[in-house]
Ligand binder design. Structure first.
Ligand code: NAD
Length: 290
């Protein structure tokens, strides 16, 4: 397949490299100067999209996605698919899908889970929104870049799944960290706390697979001085998207709101910028009740 790939950063770079490695003809574009093995670079976003069967975008946010879509949609061939893998707001995902549809293109919003390691290893999970035809066109590429792709529904459904998942993740990480901090103050050994909770009804991915306490549980960013991993500011971005969506859909999400506010405080007013999102634990350790 002839593929255009726009946004070759930490995630997009290795994803594009995996497509090229699998034998696809990949033409990339990024605002920054980058070079990716096997990928030829175009001068503009429109040039990378021209003549492509599928154009994949992996960009920082919805505003940038909308701007890039304005450039590439007119350049794309009828019947080609625009597959956005960025994490963006549901409204932007739906607006871009409508724009693509009006131009005779297929569109899929397909945000990912699995981080930079998953992008490099081709083990991402894709959660996709769009028509059956659009999903079918993108599916062989999801198979190369990932290990699982779930077709969640119509346009925007992929982004909806992503922000709901990450709202649970943010809330659960905070709950896990504050419970460790409480356990410390109660004199409970962290390893014992892990042994009990990881096999009891308080278990979760954040406890069992990504334990925020160094030296406890499997290897995680806490064992590497909380270097990300998944950065606290990216968690904040996703929690903001979930609350933006909750407002626009009139959904009551008080825990998600509280998680957003706590990560905002941590990243913007405390020392969370550049830290892994599990560094909420040392944050709680430092604080008393008042
Ligand atoms: P990144 O900042 O490393 O990459 C974004 C790239 O987009 C950069 O190379 C930037 O130069 C480029 N870019 C920005 N504006 C552009 C434009 N107008 N035209 C062309 N290129 C442009 O970010 P990332 O970590 O690769 O994340 C990309 C997306 O994936 C985000 O939406 C993020 O939320 C999502 N995501 C990231 C992770 C992760 O662990 N990093 C995990 C899941 C999802």
């Amino acid at each position: 397949m002839k593929i255009g790939f726009i946004g070759l950063g930490n995630m997009g770079g290795p994803m594009a490299a995996n497509l090229a490695k699998a034998g696809h003809d990949v033409t990339g574009f990024d605002m920054a100067e980058v070079s990716i093995e096997g990928v030829s670079m175009a001068e503009t976003a429109a040039a990378s999209a021209t003549g492509a069967d599928v154009v994949i975008t992996m960009l920082p946010n919805g505003q940038i996605l909308r701007a890039v879509a304005n450039e590439i949609v007119p350049a794309m061939s009828q019947g080609a698919a625009l597959v956005d893998c960025s994490t963006v707001d549901v409204d932007s995902a739906r607006a871009v899908a409508e724009q693509a549809d009006a131009a005779g293109l297929l569109a899929v919003d397909a945000p990912v889970s699995g981080g930079v390691g998953g992008a490099a290893g081709g083990t991402l999970t894709f959660m996709a929104g769009g028509s059956t035809d659009a999903f079918a066109k993108a599916a062989p590429l999801f198979d190369i870049m990932g290990q699982k792709a779930v077709h969640c529904g119509e346009a925007g459904a992929g982004q909806a799944a992503k922000i709901c998942n990450n709202m649970i993740l943010g809330v659960t990480m905070i709950a896990t960290c504050e419970a460790f901090a409480l356990a410390d103050k109660l004199g409970l050994d962290r390893q014992k706390m892990f042994d009990v909770v990881s096999t009891s009804s308080g278990y979760s991915w954040t406890m069992n697979a990504y334990c925020p306490a160094p030296g406890v549980g499997p290897q995680s960013p806490s064992d590497n001085d909380y270097q990300p991993g998944f950065a606290a500011e990216l968690m904040l971005k996703d929690l903001r998207l979930s609350q933006q969506a909750a407002e626009s859909a009139d959904a009551d999400t008080p825990m998600g709101q509280m998680a957003r506010d706590l990560y905002a405080l941590y990243v913007e007013n405390e020392d969370g910028l550049g830290m892994d999102f599990s560094a909420m634990l040392p944050r709680f350790e430092k604080r008393g009740r008042s």
